[in-house]
Design a protein around this ligand. Sequence first.
Ligand SMILES: [Fe+2]
Ligand SMILES: [Fe+2]
Length: 199
Amino acid sequence: MENEKTTLGLNLPTDPRWINIAEKQIADILIDHAFCEQKAATSGITLIVQYPEKTELVETMTALVTEEWGHFKAVLNKMKDRGIKLGKARKDEYVAAVNKIMKSGGSRQQQLTEKLLLNALIEARSAERFKLLWKNIKDPDLAQFYHELMVSEAGHYHTFLELAKLYDDSDYVNERWREFLIAEAEIMKGLEIRPDRMH
Ligand SMILES: [Fe+2]
Ligand SMILES: [Fe+2]
């Protein structure tokens, strides 16, 4: 079960070479990370706007958006301490690729399940990356920071999966989740290791 724990249920662990090269470009990693937090907050807001009648979803997303925006602010503070400015958002090849795992069309409910599973997937991969950063980065202040984020994003991963099962059949959600994991592992194999990106 150690494998299960270290990869947060993901099918393919991150290439260990990523952490060595990422630490050397910490400014790029922090900038990219800030925008990952912004996108996580934006995604939560979008779900609220798209499914306002789903009370549990709205309440859960409201709390999640507050947390993600807190993360965004916290990353900005870490950057400020280090004299790093935000700059423009970069293209997120990982998110663009995993977006394509979602089935298009179908009912509004089917679309919700797809969206919740996509969010769960990105949270799980982010938590796995934060774990690598926490365990390997030499800067003790950032190591502590990444530990906190790993715990938070791993919680979000479970939150999204639970929401999917609240609104859809849990056997179907589990089956579809396995498909997401298989597809994501294939995507990870095909993406080059980027020293300047969170994913
Ligand atoms: Fe976050
Ligand atoms: Fe998150």
